[in-house]
Design a protein around this ligand. Structure first.
Ligand SMILES: Cc1cc2nc3c(=O)[nH]c(=O)nc-3n(C[C@H](O)[C@H](O)[C@H](O)COP(=O)(O)OP(=O)(O)OC[C@H]3O[C@@H](n4cnc5c(N)ncnc54)[C@H](O)[C@@H]3O)c2cc1C
Length: 356
């Protein structure tokens, strides 16, 4: 059974790793030569992690497990083929695992911001930190990425770090007690927190807010972490969609012969909407690997069950200084501890080692 997997990130690469060896003939399509782990970008930005610890080359990995690696970009999905920039891959089943893009929400002055959504962007941001030694860094968005970046930068640089959130508290997608705990940890590190602060425009040397006073804060470096959106590739696919994401059924199928997993998919099963996290991407990938094997062996498909949902988050949040907190639903594991940091660090680094 020929399977084309589009995207060699957390979900795509993990699917290949779990499905093989087995009855499937898999081609992994990925424009980059390596799998890159976004979870370590905040540490990379602060100079605390090396590229070799967060990336692994895909060609030798595919060769080892018996998959075909196609270093190419998928352009569109046809009836039984993925059309790429340099050719096409015919399939019996396809899996869309193409991730998400940074969402700037149409903000003015996007060109004056840095992002850490891709390794290329994280490298550009790191170079700027090294070359320019910025004294005032504004991080826009206080989700996991914004919070982790603020913590590690506060610790490793002699700079004033600000975190700017449009809503009334940081980590708004988590429970109020988690927000309060993380806010305390950020303040202890000297991070300035601005909530209910809507950015109107980013200029070369300042940030303009959308308040009635037209407040403007000086800034040497603006880092945008606020939100993701479907990529142009996902936008162009004629598959069922919800809010632009590929909509799947409880078996993670978007159409009879196409699965979708990870950040590019809208996965809502039994009223629980999956979060766009590495934890979920990895579980979904394993599930589709199993369902593909069932299909090859004429067995029934299994329903997916969401673990980390938007109304009950599961996360390990790194707070720098070798500390992290664990969140499971409304429960937030106490004071930031080194043990939880070690666990997070071990999970992230051992994930990449699987592909080496
Ligand atoms: C800075 C940062 C920190 C994070 N920290 C954490 C964390 O601590 N814990 C956690 O659980 N989650 C974390 N996340 C979220 C997590 O990284 C993502 O949820 C996860 O990577 C999603 O996996 P994915 O495979 O769907 O997408 P990705 O890992 O982004 O992979 C998508 C792949 O598809 C490829 N692709 C795109 N378009 C095409 C195309 N047209 N053709 C072929 N290939 C294509 C891309 O090149 C990419 O390699 C973090 C995210 C960021 C940005």
């Amino acid at each position: 059974m020929r399977v084309a997997v589009i995207g060699g990130g957390v979900a795509g690469a993990e699917l290949v790793r779990t499905a093989l060896p087995g009855p499937l003939d898999i081609t992994l399509i990925e424009p980059k030569k390596q799998i890159e782990l976004q979870a370590l970008y905040p540490e990379y930005l602060a100079g605390l992690t090396r590229i070799q610890d967060l990336a692994a080359p895909l060609a030798p990995f595919c060769e080892r497990v018996g998959a075909t690696f196609l270093n190419d970009r998928a352009l569109r999905l046809e009836e039984k083929a993925v059309v790429c920039e340099h050719g096409q891959v015919e399939f019996d089943f396809a899996v869309v695992a193409a991730g998400a893009s940074q969402n700037y929400f149409g903000i003015k002055g996007q060109e004056h911001t840095f992002s850490i959504n891709t390794l290329e962007e994280a490298k550009r941001a790191r170079r700027f930190v090294e070359d320019r030694n910025p004294e005032r860094i504004m991080i826009m968005g206080s989700g996991l990425t914004g919070v982790e970046a603020a913590c590690v930068l506060a610790e490793s640089l002699d700079a004033s770090i600000y975190i700017i959130e449009a809503r009334e508290r940081i980590l708004p997608q988590f429970s109020p007690n988690t927000s309060a705990l993380i806010e305390k940890a950020l303040s202890k590190k000297g991070v300035n927190i601005l909530t209910s602060a809507q950015v109107r425009e980013v200029r070369e040397d300042c940030i303009l807010f959308a308040d009635s006073n037209g407040t403007c804060l000086d800034c040497d470096m603006a880092i945008w972490t606020a939100g993701v959106k479907p990529s142009s590739f996902i936008e162009g696919l004629s598959l069922p969609k919800k809010k632009g994401w590929v909509l799947v059924d409880p078996f993670l199928l978007a159409r009879d012969d196409v699965f979708a997993v990870g950040d590019c998919a809208w996965i809502e099963v039994d009223g629980r909407l999956a979060t766009k996290t590495g934890l979920e991407a990895e579980r979904q990938a394993k599930h589709v690997a199993r369902n593909l094997t069932h299909l090859a062996e004429n067995r029934a498909l299994e329903r997916y069950s969401v673990r980390a949902s938007t109304d009950s988050q599961v996360a390990l949040i790194s707070l720098g200084c070798d500390c992290a907190v664990g969140v499971v639903g409304k429960m937030c594991i106490g004071a930031p501890t080194r043990l939880i940091y070690s666990l997070k660090s071990w999970i992230d680094k051992s994930f990449i080692r699987r592909f080496k």
